[in-house]
Design a protein around this ligand. Sequence first.
Ligand SMILES: Cc1ncc(COP(=O)(O)O)c(C=O)c1O
Length: 484
Amino acid sequence: MDAPLLPLYMQLADRMARSIRSGTLKRGERLPSVRELGGQHGVSLSTAVQAYRWLEDARLIEARPRSGYFVAARPPRLPEPQVSRPDNASRQVRLDQLGAQVMALSQDGSFISFGAACPGPELFDQDRVRRAMARSVMRHRELLCTYPIGPGMEEARRAVARHALGLGCVLDPDEVVLTNSCMEAISLCLRSVCKPGDVVALESPTYYGFLEILQSLHLRALEIPTHPRHGMSLDALQLAFETQQVKAVLLVPTLSNPLGASMPVPERRRLAAMLSRHDVALIEDVLYNDLSEQEDKRRAVKSFDTTGHVMICGSFSKTIAPGLRLGWVEAGRWGAVLRQTKAVQSGGQTAVLELALADLLTQAGGGAALRQLRATIAARVDEARQLIAESFPKGTRVSDPAGGFILWVELPESMDAAQLYESCLAERIVIAPGSMFSASPRFRHCLRLGVGGRWGPEHPAALRRIGALAKALMAQDRGDDLAA
Ligand SMILES: Cc1ncc(COP(=O)(O)O)c(C=O)c1O
């Protein structure tokens, strides 16, 4: 629907990028000359040149002197992280100050940061967002001085329901509640379903922000074995349902944070059935679904829910603009209690913001902006994985997410990522140590790298430097062992 809005060269480049990623065009394969490409696709020479330039910038193809263009050779492959195997015991969450420090330093422009999972402003179509906001304020200025009440502006709830069709969900706009963010939506769901001391099942490792919410609500974390590509093990979850009183499952089925895993579609169907059978709520975070390169994985678990056990939560912080601070939730059978909790907690949002969001979700151009975002971050992630493969210690494993901008790095077991974090800080580089992503000390040798933020020539150099620092720490440890 949006394709005609893309410049011709980008339409061509986008088609070729998809063929490269899907393997139709093989890595290392020779590509047609610029003239041949133009002829094949009925475009001018300059359009063909521009398309190749774009693909070169995205590091998907390379020009070899006097030989022509080739699909870029695949980055050296590192093995993927191991399947996590936490024990079947729930834990109280006791976070230290490390996570808060990482988040604070990630905002500090004097550091080179891989600490946060925040996309940088240059990744978004800022003019599009600005125009929608200005239009909304101009058209609805009286709303600035009117108290917003209820679940949010109807136009925005309708737009969200329409957006959810792309996730395979048919939602009633009257059941959609707008929130201040995805995190507020998740917090409201937990408060609607659980009371202090209840057990919530999570992936292992899991998103640091989830652990913060669990801690603040005095909920216990039960970490479930998780595959780095396919996500939470449903066999292990089934065992947990049979042996523990699990009140809710809090999950990011598509492009989880920090693993980047995406649950296969048949497993999503199976999960929905398990929840109904055991009468357990799923709080499904669909924040990253639109960033998935695999179209089938954009489908939400909610789309298989026939009994209202899935509470679906989202926002547009990673796809339209983090500054909008608007999220949404459809809470299934807990809808009424959630609406009540929301009204008590924070009332409504800024109505002109909600209407700007409705505008952004319904106007043409959104699909084109998303495709561009996916292509840009995919190229960035490829580059980062390549740099990690080249410069991190032998034995390093790294995730290979099909979308998104987060990498999970497993260093050799002897490595202490907290020590590496300190060494990096001394050089004004921020990373997120693995211990932030679990209620147990299980991931001490791991780290998360967010590569969606500001990206200049200093960032690839900093990634290499992290690898060199890790190698130096390992060499130092070996020296200490020999001296002992
Ligand atoms: C899995 C997940 N959920 C939620 C959020 C936060 O979303 P929002 O900005 O809408 O609160 C993040 C941000 O990193 C995230 O990774």
